[in-house]
Structure formats: structure tokens, C-alpha cells
Design a protein around this ligand. Sequence first.
Ligand code: SF4
Length: 72
Amino acid sequence: MRRARREAEVAEVIVDRVACTAHGVCAVMSDGAVELDEFGYPIQSRLTLPPEEARVLVEACPARALLFRRPT
Ligand code: SF4
């Protein structure tokens, strides 16, 4: 039970580097969790965030380049 609760408290956001078009919205909305390279692409390929924050970030990406995933 405790393990299930802990798993529910985090989610992963995966960056699809092919789909990303360097809008930079994720960096603005993540409050510093996403850092961009010199061309505007996220440096990180995945983030671990609370599920609510992860969902907001995924829905904000105009290129649909962020994928929501619960850790297995
Ligand atoms: S908001 Fe989406 S398209 Fe823009 S930099 Fe982030 S992942 Fe890429």
C-alpha cells in the first residue's frame, strides 16, 4: 500500500526530441525544471514531477512533444 501511494506521487515527462520544435513553453511553465540549450531545445530527456505538474506541462507543449508516463 505504501509503495503504491509513493508511485502515485510522481510521474515522468519524456521529451520527444524529434517532435520538439523548440517553442520553449516547457521551460517557462516548469519553473526552472526544464533547461533549454542554445537552440531552444530541452536539455533533459526526461523529468520526474508530481503528476499534476507533469500533466500541465504535457498539455502546454504546442508540438505535443512531451509524453506523460507513470514510472513502472
Ligand atoms: S514546449 Fe514542447 S516544443 Fe517547446 S521546447 Fe518544450 S518540448 Fe519542445
